[in-house]
Each structure stands twice: as structure tokens, then as C-alpha cells.
Design a protein. Structure first.
Ligand code: GLA
Length: 417
């Protein structure tokens, strides 16, 4: 009886997601999306697509009946005690110039970056910079599956705990990253041979164990990362293969059960402007909301490059329509590659500053855009040179932690708006 009920609910959710995506495809905009990490930037999209922002009446899936989610659940792995953090003094670092975090506070904005305890232990200047300038951090790898859950029965919270402790000591919030993604997973998962029921238990136990370990310590979790293709359809990810599209709804449900106060996000790249991908993301999150799935926000990664950033008018329209669904929006992983430009260095840095300023400016103009994070503290710690095999300087500070024009552009905007 219970089983047949679960099967029926699963089927109706597959049907809903299928209908949603099918319904959204004809409305797709016929132009390329933004760049995927590591791929040369797409041509900037034209602004004519703005008119195609769905209205409430024409939104794909708007008429679908709400359905309750009722998935099989699980308990966190035994022996995991809730993490306790020693209380520490939050600091508003006094400096001669106001820091980004001090200025951001006036805008009710989190300003953050990705980092790892390894960097902080070996580079005291970097950790001072992090604490002085940012009021949010996100673990670059420490909470990814291959690090935090390397073997079926073994979790390693040490790196995540170190970052959460650092954040607490310096009055910073933490974004949790990431629960469901098909990269940076351990071999026991990627090579695993399990039944569908077992995969469900594996994913459920992972999510519940990690989220409950950090219960009360995480402002927002990236629950599902990169599940949508450039054309707006659902990607054929590892978890899609194992569990079908309803794994997305399940993941949000399990995360909510494990920490009712953490905000739960869908996070992706290339759907920042208006394009088929952002249409697909919009339809997905709206469909999740309509079927009662607990989703609170959308993360826009914003890995971009000179000439590749989404037009501000599109970014603004996209954020606005998500905000109108009541969702919070975060810029989650911004960096701006210079390597595809042939201009001189000074010009490149000035153009990079403009892009950072423009994206932040849109964020400040949309009331539900609450966080702005870069993917790395300084150019020394950027993933881009390793990934592309070419030197680059995509962040706010150079390799030595010296602020670049992009930093000053952000400070200026935060101070003057
Ligand atoms: C994606 C992921 C991040 C990180 C970056 C770049 O955007 O969400 O965790 O891996 O790529 O490395």
C-alpha cells in the first residue's frame, strides 16, 4: 500500500518534471547560453529575449496541480554527533579604509568567497584578508562528497569543521557546497553497483548525515548543482541515471528534514542571463515549488570572462522573475577570465572591474539578491589556470593579495549606493 503510494507519487513527479520541461522547450530562446566552466565564452546574448520572460499565465507548468512530496526517508549515519563550535568573538576588523564586508552590511548583503583550510593554515595574510573583507565563506572542496564521505562508512568532517570554526570565529556566514553533484565523487559511489532502492538510501543517508552534522551552522546549502543542460532540459547526470528526475525533489526534502533552518538552493552556471538554460532552471524551480518541494533559492555561479558576461538587462530580468517566485538569489562562484582577450593588461583589468561592478550592481537592485561570492580569494588560489592550462587573473586580488581594480570598483559601488 505504502509502496504503491510512493510509486504513484514518484510517477506523478516524473510526469510533472517531464511536462514542465516539455512545456518550456518551445518557449526557448534561440541563442547560446553563457559559458560552462572551462569552455570559451559564448557570444553575449541579445537583449530582445527579455520579452520572453514568462509571465504568471504563460509560465510553463503554471497550471500543474500541487502534489505532496512523500519520499522514503532515512536516518543520518550512526555515531555522528552534532558538531559543536567553541564560541568566539565576531570581529568587525578596524582598518583605515572600510572593508567590503562593512560596506556590504549596509546593503544587507553577504560578500563571500570560496576557500580551503589548507590555504588558511599556510597563508596567514590570506586568512587575515578573508576575515577582514568577507562576511561569508564557502568551502571550495571540503564538503564535496569525495572529501567528506570518502568511504561508505566513513565521513571526514575535519576540513569542513575547520572552515565552519573559522567562520564562526570571524563572524562570517557559511554556504554549504554541495550535496548532489556528479563531479568530485568518491570511487565507491561512481563505481558502485546498487539497486535503485539502495541508491536512494545512499543519497538520503549522505545528505542527512552531512546536513545534520552542520545543522544550525550553515546559512544556505547548494542542494543540487548543475542539473540542467544548456538547452534547458535536465542533464543526464549520475543521479538522474540512478534515480530519475525525482532525485531533485527528494534531495531538497531530505535536506530540509535534516536542517529546517538552512536555506536550500539550486545552483548552476550559464543560466544567469536569459537563454534556454535559464528558462529550464526557471521552469524547474517553479515546478519544484508548485509540487511543495522545499526550495528557497537559486545560485548563479557566474564563471565568466571578458566579453562573455550576461548583459545586465538580462541578468536583472532573470533575477527579478526568480525573486517574484519568492526565491533568494546568490551570485555563488564569480570569476572573470582575462585569457581570451588580446588587450593590454591595464585595459583587461579595467574591463574586468566593470563586469564585477555591473553584476554586483544588478544584485543590489534586486531585493532578493542576498549574497555575492567569488570562487577564490586571490588569483593565487583560482582554479582557472589549472583548468585551462593558461595563466589568468580572474579574481578581486592579485597573487600577492593586492587589491585589483575589480576590488576598488566593488568598494566604490557599495560605498556610493
Ligand atoms: C563548479 C562547482 C564548483 C567548482 C567550480 C570550479 O562551478 O560548482 O564546486 O568546482 O565548478 O572549479
Amino acid at each position: 500500500m505504502v509502496e504503491s503510494c510512493i510509486v504513484k507519487i514518484s510517477r506523478s513527479i516524473i510526469l510533472c518534471l517531464g511536462l514542465l520541461l516539455a512545456a518550456c522547450l518551445p518557449a526557448r530562446l534561440a541563442k547560446p547560453g553563457a559559458a560552462t566552466p572551462g569552455v570559451a565564452p559564448a557570444t553575449p546574448a541579445s537583449t530582445s529575449a527579455i520579452q520572453e520572460t514568462p509571465t504568471a499565465a504563460s509560465t510553463p507548468g503554471a497550471n500543474l496541480p500541487p502534489a505532496r512530496t512523500n519520499f522514503p526517508s532515512c536516518e543520518p549515519a550512526a555515531g555522528l554527533l552534532p558538531f559543536k563550535i567553541a564560541s568566539a568573538q565576531a570581529i568587525e576588523k578596524p582598518t583605515d579604509a572600510p572593508s567590503m564586508r562593512l560596506l556590504a552590511k549596509q546593503h544587507d548583503l553577504f560578500i563571500g568567497t570560496a576557500t580551503d583550510p589548507g590555504y588558511l593554515q599556510n597563508d596567514s595574510a590570506a586568512s587575515q584578508l578573508l576575515a577582514r573583507e568577507f562576511n561569508m565563506l564557502v568551502p571550495e572542496v571540503a564538503m564535496k562528497w569525495e572529501i567528506i564521505h570518502p568511504e561508505p562508512e566513513r565521513y571526514d568532517f575535519s576540513r569542513g569543521d575547520a572552515l565552519v570554526t573559522f567562520a564562526r570565529q570571524h563572524g562570517m556566514a557559511v554556504r554549504g557546497h554541495v550535496l548532489v553533484w556528479d563531479l568530485q565523487m568518491p570511487a565507491w559511489v561512481t563505481n558502485g553497483q546498487f539497486t535503485r532502492q539502495e541508491w536512494m538510501q545512499i543519497l538520503c543517508t549522505h545528505i542527512k548525515s552531512v546536513v545534520s552534522h552542520y545543522r544550525g551552522q550553515i546559512y544556505a546549502w547548494d542542494v543540487v548543482n548543475e542539473a540542467v543542460n544548456q538547452d534547458g532540459t535536465l542533464r543526464n547526470t549520475f543521479w538522474m541515471n540512478k534515480l530519475g528526475p525525482e532525485h531533485i525533489a527528494m534531495a531538497f526534502q531530505w535536506a530540509r528534514e535534516a536542517d529546517p533552518n538552512a536555506k536550500l538552493f539550486y545552483n548552476d552556471n550559464g543560466g544567469e542571463g536569459l537563454n534556454p538554460k535559464s528558462q529550464g532552471i526557471y521552469a524547474l524551480v517553479q515546478g519544484l515549488q508548485q509540487t511543495g518541494v522545499p526550495i528557497d533559492g537559486v545560485g548563479m555561479q557566474m564563471h565568466t570572462s571578458l566579453g562573455g558576461a550576461p548583459p545586465a538587462i538580462e541578468l536583472s530580468a532573470n533575477m527579478q522573475r526568480l525573486a517574484e517566485l519568492g526565491l533568494e538569489i546568490h551570485i555563488t562562484e564569480m570569476d572573470v577570465r582575462l585569457q581570451y582577450s588580446t588587450s593590454d593588461n591595464e585595459t583587461k583589468l579595467a574591463q574586468q572591474a566593470d563586469i564585477y561592478q555591473q553584476v554586483l550592481s544588478v544584485c543590489l537592485s534586486v531585493h532578493n539578491c542576498k549574497a555575492f561570492l567569488t570562487w577564490g580569494l586571490t588569483d593565487r588560489y583560482s582554479w582557472i589556470p589549472g583548468f585551462t592550462g593558461k595563466p589568468d587573473a580572474p579574481l578581486l586580488y592579485d597573487k600577492d593579495g593586492v587589491p585589483k581594480p575589480a576590488y576598488f570598483a566593488i568598494v566604490k559601488l557599495l560605498a556610493n549606493q
